[in-house]
Design a protein around this ligand. Structure first.
Ligand SMILES: *Cc1c(COP(=O)(O)O)cnc(C)c1O
Length: 245
């Protein structure tokens, strides 16, 4: 637990350093705790340190943990690949889904929202690295998807999300984030009704500085706070990957 407090301090100073360099205010950046595989005791501890935003990738984990951490009442985002049979459950717990990447899932989501007389915020997830292993709409299809999703009146688009290229080449990672920023600008110019574009969720443990320099408003950090996970990220990022291979 001490480690978590220490790591949080480090992350916050990385964020403020990056903000200084980019001439931005650190108040404009929110830290989202990426809590996949992390137990609720550790999440509760991080929340007690003053954190207020978490993101889960799997609906099963979302449900279990939200029940265990509800006293601290964090804002909860869903950041994983959403399957249509999980829509009903996800809207019980999350107030924002950052990973809308296809019209079929938005349609399912909307049907359920209407049924329950609920509304939800979403970000459109864009595959800016063009890797097959990543979910997300392709950049050239993103505007079309935003327009289509905007027609669902109980779904409110608030921004875009991406996972940068996993690479040691910072220029290649930066291109992903620049692409997301450019898409944001293009969408703003279109002035689509029911679409707000204030949020850019990008940057993780290894690349949050680059993301902040390129305009991130939310950075999603797991490993650098909670330590290495035992499951490979492909388990969370690729539906076809199984743990028992
Ligand atoms: C796991 C995950 C993160 C955090 O990644 P780290 O490298 O552990 O900081 C961010 N975003 C998504 C969508 C994730 O699945």
């Amino acid at each position: 637990m001490k480690n978590i407090a220490h790591n949080l301090n480090i992350i916050h100073s990385r964020i403020s350093q990056a903000c200084k360099k980019a001439n931005r205010s650190s108040e404009d950046i929110r830290l989202l705790l990426a809590t996949k595989t992390v137990g609720s005791d550790k999440i509760n501890f991080a929340l007690q340190q003053g954190e207020s935003l978490i993101g889960e990738n799997k609906v099963q984990e979302l449900k279990q943990k939200c029940t265990a951490i509800k006293e601290l009442n964090p804002e909860v985002h869903f950041i994983g690949h959403l399957q249509s049979n999980k829509v009903k459950e996800v809207i019980k717990w999350a107030t924002c889904i950052e990973s809308i990447d296809r019209i079929s899932i938005a349609d399912k989501l909307h049907q359920r929202l209407i049924f329950e007389k609920k509304e939800i915020d979403v970000y459109i997830q864009v595959n800016t690295s063009f890797e097959d292993s990543k979910f997300g709409v392709l950049p050239e299809k993103a505007i079309e998807l935003v327009k289509s999703v905007s027609k669902y009146k109980n779904i409110h688009i608030k921004g875009l999300m991406t996972i940068g290229l996993l690479s040691s080449e910072s220029t290649e990672i930066r291109k992903c984030f620049q692409l997301l920023k450019r898409l944001q600008q293009d969408i703003i110019e279109l002035q689509i009704p029911n679409v707000e574009m204030n949020e850019l969720s990008m940057g993780m443990s290894g690349d949050l500085e680059i993301a902040i320099e390129e305009g991130a408003t939310i950075v999603r950090v797991g490993t650098a706070i909670f330590g290495e996970r035992i499951y490979p990220d492909s388990y969370y990022w690729n539906e076809t990957e199984s743990l028992n291979k």
